[in-house]
Design a protein around this ligand. Structure first.
Ligand SMILES: C[S@@+](CC[C@H](N)C(=O)[O-])C[C@H]1O[C@@H](n2cnc3c(N)ncnc32)[C@H](O)[C@@H]1O
Length: 290
């Protein structure tokens, strides 16, 4: 397996003043504000804070993290939005993860499109399919011709509704199909060894090893012989006690190496497992070839 520090200039990093603010704010969130008060406080912080509490662990919360800082008129609200999106790693690291996923998808799709291939992708727990939507937008700016078809398998009907809304009226709208299904039954709707790209983000984070290996086995069985899996896992990090107190679903933190070992254990060849970390140290993104 190979480890890379992503030094892409599009990724966000804490500035020096933000790091100073973190040195004060993170221990307060972790150890000073009691659990019974933290949910109320976070819900009042910002739109992302509200979504993180009301719809914790969902694609809707992810969308509010991806949206970044909202314009606010009052100084107080602006400061809270700043704290949410530029002081905490939770939101910044998640936007970085999305950007790395997009750039890996783009690289793969460009190569396959140049060879004139039709590309079949499946998102397992894809939520709104935000990475693919952004990808289509950026491909259309480059004028790359692409025959990419995406199947999203997600249990949450509201994720599909929101994803469809996101694509509505776009030229690539018909290249998506939305399946409301448990991804452990993915082979009911997708043929084994037929998928070129599987994207599974925000999923392993919530699974102990046994369940993670089971869904990775499903992903492995769906991939064509030269197919790739793009996945991710949250790393052990300094904000962990704060997340627990907000009531966010319990994380299984994995180091980059632990994520790599999990993929190898699931049958991916170790020489084809690449791990990319992002600058705020919250997530590892993995690319594994079958
Ligand atoms: C944290 S969200 C991530 C959404 C998206 N992949 C992203 O990164 O923005 C996790 C998604 O996985 C879906 N999910 C969780 N367990 C699932 C299961 N057993 N079958 C299908 N989808 C599932 C949830 O409904 C949710 O949309």
């Amino acid at each position: 397996m190979k480890l890379f520090d992503s030094n892409d200039h599009n990724l966000e990093r804490h500035t020096f003043p933000q790091s100073l603010a973190r040195a004060i704010v993170v221990p307060i969130l972790n150890y000073v504000i009691p659990e019974r008060r933290i949910k109320k406080m976070v819900a009042k912080l910002s739109t992302a804070g509200e979504e993180a509490i009301k719809r914790s662990g969902s694609t809707h919360a992810m969308e509010s993290f991806y949206a970044g800082r909202q314009e606010s008129v009052s100084l107080g609200k602006r400061a809270k939005e700043y704290l949410t999106h530029y002081v905490l790693s939770a939101t910044m690291g998640t936007r970085n993860r999305l950007r790395i996923v997009e750039s890996l998808l783009k690289e793969e799709i460009r190569e396959r499109s140049q060879a004139g291939a039709t590309i079949h992708a499946t998102a397992l727990g894809g939520g709104t399919c935000r990475s693919f939507a952004n990808l289509f937008e950026s491909i259309s700016q480059d004028d790359t011709e692409t025959n990419l078809f995406v199947t999203n398998i997600d249990l949450d009907a509201t994720a599909h509704v929101r994803g469809r809304e996101l694509m509505a009226g776009k030229p690539y709208e018909k290249q998506f199909s939305w399946r409301e299904l448990n991804f452990f039954s993915a082979t009911d709707v997708v043929a084994p060894r037929s998928v070129d790209i599987i994207e599974m983000i925000g999923v392993l984070d919530y699974m102990a090893d046994e369940q993670a290996l089971a869904i990775l086995a499903v992903a492995h069985s769906l991939l064509a012989s030269d197919g790739i899996l793009i996945t991710a896992n949250v790393r052990p990090n300094s904000e962990a006690p704060f997340y627990r107190k907000t009531g966010w679903p319990v994380f299984t933190y994995r180091t980059p190496r632990q994520l790599g070992e999990l993929l190898i254990c699931a049958g991916f060849d170790s020489s084809h497992v690449e791990l990319f970390t992002e600058p705020v140290g919250l997530h590892t993104v993995a690319r594994a070839r079958r």
